[in-house]
Design a protein around this ligand. Sequence first.
Ligand SMILES: Nc1ncnc2c1ncn2[C@@H]1O[C@H](COP(=O)(O)OP(=O)(O)O)[C@@H](O)[C@H]1O
Ligand SMILES: [Mg+2]
Length: 463
Amino acid sequence: MTTANSSLIKIVLIDDNPGNLELLVAALGRQELEIFTAEDPEEGLDLVFTHHPQIVLTDLVMPKLSGMEVLERIVEFDPAIEVILMTAHYSTETAVEAIKKGASDYWNKPVSIAMVRKKVDQLVEEARRRSIAQNLQSQLLEVSEFEGIIGNSPQMWDLFSRIRRVAPHYRTTLVTGHTGSGKDLVASALHRLSPVSQGNFVVLNCSAVVETLFESELFGHVKGSFTGATTDKIGLFEHAHKGTLFLDEIGDMPMSTQAKLLRCIQNQEVQRLGSLTARKVDVHIIAATNRDLRKCMDEKTFREDLYYRLSMVEITTPDLAEREGDLPLLERHFLRKFTALYGKKVRGLTRRAELILLRHNWPGNVRELENVIGYASMMVMGEMIDVGDLPTYLTAGAAAHSILVSAACVAPESEEMLPLEEQEKLLLMQALDKAVGNQSLAARMLKISRDTLRYRMKKHNLT
Ligand SMILES: Nc1ncnc2c1ncn2[C@@H]1O[C@H](COP(=O)(O)OP(=O)(O)O)[C@@H](O)[C@H]1O
Ligand SMILES: [Mg+2]
C-alpha cells in the first residue's frame, strides 16, 4: 500500500548465504517494504544504484567484495542510505571502523527475527517521518515567502507585517540590521509595495562613493561648477523623482553631505551644485545601515537631526542565528537556486551536514548561508550534500568535530582553515592544474558547466 506522499520504503539485502537471505526476507516480509536480494555483492550494489533504497543490510565477509567495500561504495553514492553490516566475526574494532565509515549499525550473527523486525521497523519509521518532513518543508517554503524574502519565524512574520504596514505611508525609513541579514531585500520590498512602485528605484551605496563626488552624485551639478564638471549632470535625487532613493550604508555618508541631505528631505527640493535655483522633487527615501547610528552620533560622525528624521520609521532585520526555524527553509531555497544554476540534481543535506549548519552562529547571516550552500552545491557529487561538501571552516572547528564524532562519520583530514572564497579559488586552481589548463576537462572534474567555471575563474582573476 502506498499513499500519495509516502512511497514504499525500499530495502536491499546482500548475503552470499541464501539461507540467511531467506531468514531476513521471512523476518521483513510482512512489513510494507519493497525487498530486493542479492547473493553476489556486486549484484547487490547494482540493485542499490538502480533502485535507490533507503536501507541496505549487508553481510561483512563475502567473496569478491567485502561488506566494508560495499558500505564505502554506497556511502559514496548516497550518504543518506542506512547501511547495516552483519557478521559472525564480530569485533569492536571492525564495528567502530564501519560506523566511522558511515554505517548506521553493526549486527552480530546469528540475528534473531524479532531483533531484525524491531530495528528495521525503527529505520522505516524514521525514513517515513523524514520523507514527510521533507515534503512539509517544501510546502512550507511555498507559503513562507513575502516579496522574495523567505522566513517563517515569529521575527520574520513581524518584519513582513511591518513592511506591509509601513510601505503605503512612509516618506523616509531607516532599515537597520547586521550584514547579510536582508536589508536590501527589505528596501526593494518597501518600494514595490509603496504608492511610487511605478517610479524609479535608485540606489546609492554610500560606502562606494568618493567623498569629493558625493554631492554631485546626489544633487547633480551644472557645467563648470568644479574642475571636471564639463557638462550639466542630473543627480540621483532627480532621477528618483516620483520614485524611491535607496541610500545604502548611510553611516558612511560624510557629515557635510548629511546636512544637505536633511535639507533636501525637509524641503523636498534639490539644488544642483553651482546652480542658484532649487527644483522641486518628490522622493521616497529608504536609508540602510549595519552600523549603530547612536554610537556614530556619540562619535560625532552622524548628525542627530538626520538620525531622528530618518528613524521615525525604523525597520530592523533579525540575525539568522536568532531564527533557527528559518534555516532549513533558506537551505532549501538556496539549494533550489544553485542546483538549477549548476544543473545538478541534489535532494538535500544529510542530517549530520544539517547539524553542522544548525550549530554554526552565522556572523555573515543569510549571505553567508547563501555562500555555503552555493559552495556545497558546486562540490557535491551525489544526490545529498554531506559534511565533506561543506567548506572546511565549518567542519574544522571543535563543535563540528564533536558532531562528526557523535555522528560517527569520518573526521575530515586536518586541512588549514581557509575562507570560503579562498577554498573555492584553490579548488579551481587545482582542477585547472590537473586538467593542464583544459577548461572543459576542469569543468567536468568539478562537475560544473563550462560557463560556471568561466564565471568563477573570472571572479577569482584566474586565466
Ligand atoms: N530572508 C531572506 N530570504 C531570502 N534571501 C535572503 C534573505 N535575507 C537575505 N537574503 C539573501 O542574502 C543575501 C544578502 O542579503 P542583503 O539584503 O544584501 O543583506 P544586507 O543588505 O543586510 O547586507 C542576498 O543575496 C539576499 O538575496
Ligand atoms: Mg546591503
